[in-house]
Design a protein around this ligand. Structure first.
Ligand code: ADP
Ligand code: MG
Length: 247
């Protein structure tokens, strides 16, 4: 399978008032095209830093990030991002929020095509009928669904999600896991999913990378070789329980 994301020996330190703060130490992560890489690790271990490096928003002190065989040296339009607290424009409808990336990346696309693409995605995530609502009229879970649509509307090479479901209650979160799977089966895409929820990582990831230590290293790599329709009770798989001891 083609490698889409190749993180090679990446180390990074922030320069702070108290001197350098080493955060990542020689990470190696390879994500094949179409796969979901879940990255778990405790708060402050460098997960968000890793997303910025993959998106090209920052350069690592050492090592390289490659996307699609090209070295990442600057911010990329072909990366979609989703965060814990999606920023949505209140003066625009949900549909108009979802088409935003298309306005930037595909200015030549007709308005009708943009709307059709966004409507299709909103329907996929269960938001049909909410297109004309404003962001504040939706629940947190619904806003997160809309933000996922916005993150993939322009068919990015890779979707990076930084704890996207972290602010949601357990029921809503598990619903969204299923939505994520539905989206994937409808339209395969490659993703890096940052989470500190082990169940989430095993439910959604094709591979799970556990970061720990200071500075963080790849401590544990689990190839999740389970049926695609694995259930939420997967936490009780022995391998996943082993991982718990690592964290
Ligand atoms: P995580 O997302 O895993 O919680 P982060 O990547 O946000 O971790 O941060 C890793 C460490 O780097 C933390 O100790 C954080 O305080 C520090 N850090 C993050 N961003 C900066 C920055 N811009 N300048 C200095 N230190 C930072
Ligand atoms: Mg973070």
């Amino acid at each position: 399978m083609d490698t889409l994301i190749d993180i090679r020996g990446v180390s990074h330190a922030y320069q702070t008032r108290h001197g350098p703060l080493p955060v990542l130490d020689g990470l190696d992560i390879t994500v094949p095209q179409g796969e979901f890489c879940a990255v778990v690790g405790p708060s402050g271990c460098g997960k968000s830093t890793l997303t910025r490096l993959v998106a090209g928003l920052m350069k690592p002190d050492q090592g390289e990030v490659w996307l699609h065989g090209e070295k990442v040296t600057s911010p990329r339009k072909t990366v979609g991002m989703a965060f814990q607290n999606p920023v949505m424009l209140e003066w625009r409808s949900i549909l108009e929020n979802v088409i935003l990336p298309l306005e930037i990346v595909a200015p030549a696309m007709s308005k009708a095509e943009k709307y059709a693409r966004a409507e299709h995605l909103l329907e996929m995530v269960g938001l049909k009928g909410f297109e004309t609502k404003r962001p504040s009229e939706l629940s947190g879970g619904m806003r997160q669904r809309a933000s996922l649509c916005r993150a993939i509307v322009h068919k990015p090479d890779v979707l990076i999600m930084d704890e996207p479901f972290g602010a949601l209650d357990n029921f809503t979160r598990e619903d969204l896991w299923q939505t994520m799977r539905d989206l994937r089966s409808n339209e395969p895409f490659t993703a890096v999913l940052i989470t500190h929820d082990l169940r989430e990582s095993v439910f959604l990831g094709d591979q799970v990378v556990v970061l720990s230590g200071r500075p963080a290293r790849t401590q544990y790599l689990l190839e999740v070789d389970l049926p695609a329709d694995r259930g939420i009770d997967i936490l009780y798989e022995p391998k996943a329980v082993d991982m718990l001891h690592v964290l």
